[in-house]
Design a protein around this ligand. Structure first.
Ligand code: UDP
Length: 370
């Protein structure tokens, strides 16, 4: 049993999560809520390498409740999760529900809480890509508008919520809990050296890459372009492969492109942070990685058409479509990577500091404690 930092009854706040980034960004909040938290895992990410390892590394107790929505269509995942969460919320009768981010889990958690008239806190509220082709954009808009308190990570996200007429009293600027997650789990420099040695790369002389967004990996042209660019870089690339990406590489017959890339299974957070912090640069379509590079100060090529995290563009990150732009930018940074690292080392992260966890929990307690 953990000591609660808050004055809330036992098992009174339902924390709904289902994917790797939700576990990472909610770990600190669950810890701070202590016995007040009841954790519900929707099973959206059911693979142990995308879920269990994060519970272990953050020292979280296993979820109190599991439902199983994984591996289905978006509508089916949302529908099943709403129905299962509805039943659980009736049983647990929480004072509030906490959801995070932009997944099918977040939209289902918010809808089920709303249907049961339970107050909702949305962690990482107010992000907008303004790209309606991304399902995540719809998920985050719905969650923000249903939420009783929107925990916004930056002034940009506060402004997005204000522009959609969400009243000020429902918005709290908290910073992003990722900062605390990175500071808590970043291994020491000796441990980082051991981890990168095991991956077969040398400090400051390799690229870390990840890809899993449907627009990149479900499109055979885009996936081929990305893998070709990585294979032809002048330094080695380490590519932890999301199960979705592995499946598409096989389906499209692109295995030969992996010969020049160190492709590995998805790795734990401590390993991923180590490989990122010791890399020359990072290439990714991930949301969370855009925030993390601003904490461990490495440059990032975001391979996407749009981003909901403009705070890092022009400083830590450049937005590039799949194709030759990846290699052009990477090689221009690699020409004098030390100078790039020195420049970034002097820039603060736009996502705040490790106080974001306590600020979030205060806002949750203030708004959800009926
Ligand atoms: N990550 C990890 N191991 C990996 C790949 C990613 O720990 O092999 C972490 C990464 O540091 C980031 C998070 O997973 O914090 C990103 O998850 P994902 O890209 O699935 O989701 P997104 O952030 O795009 O919503």
């Amino acid at each position: 049993m953990q000591d609660s930092l808050v004055n809330l009854p036992h098992r009174s706040i339902a924390v709904v999560l289902g994917t790797r980034p939700e576990i990472i960004k909610l770990a600190g909040i669950v810890r701070a809520l202590g016995d007040a938290a009841v954790v519900i895992h929707t099973g959206q990410h059911y693979d142990a390498s995308l879920s269990d390892v994060f519970f272990e590394q953050f020292g979280m107790r296993p979820p109190d409740h599991h439902i199983a929505i994984g591996g289905s269509t978006r509508g089916n995942q949302i529908g099943t999760a709403v129905s299962e969460l509805d039943a659980l919320f009736r049983e647990i009768d929480p004072l509030g529900v906490v959801v995070q981010g932009d997944t099918n889990t977040v939209v289902a958690g918010a809808l089920a809480a709303n249907a049961n008239e339970i107050p909702i806190a949305h962690v990482e509220a107010g992000l907008r890509s303004f790209d309606r082709a991304m399902p995540e954009e719809h998920n985050r808009v719905v969650a923000d508008h249903l939420a009783d308190v929107c925990l916004a990570p930056t002034e940009v996200s506060v402004a997005n919520l204000t522009a959609e007429n969400i009243p000020d009293e429902r918005v709290v600027l908290t910073g992003n809990t990722i900062v605390e997650a990175v500071e808590r789990l970043m291994p020491s420099s000796d441990e980082r050296r051991a981890i990168i040695a095991e991956a077969g790369v040398t400090r400051g002389a390799y690229v870390l890459a990840t890809f899993h967004r449907p627009e990149n990996v479900d499109d055979s042209d885009n996936l081929e372009k990305i893998l070709t660019e990585l294979a032809e870089l002048s330094v080695p690339t380490v590519l932890p492969m999301h199960p979705r990406t592995v499946a598409r590489v096989t389906e499209f017959g692109l295995e030969s492109l992996l010969a020049e890339i160190t492709s590995v299974d998805p790795i734990g957070y401590r390993e991923f942070l180590s490989l990122g912090a010791e890399s020359s640069l990072v290439v990714s379509d991930s949301g969370g990685v855009q925030e993390e590079v601003s904490i461990y100060k490495r440059p990032l090529i975001v391979v996407r058409n749009s981003t909901e995290r403009p705070e890092v563009l022009g400083t830590f990150a450049e937005l590039v479509e799949p194709g030759p732009g990846i290699r052009t930018i990477a090689e221009s940074w690699l020409e004098d990577i030390e100078a790039v690292h020195t420049r970034l080392a002097g820039l603060p992260s736009p996502y705040g500091d490790a106080t974001s966890v306590n600020r979030s929990v205060e806002a949750i307690e203030g708004h959800l404690h009926a």
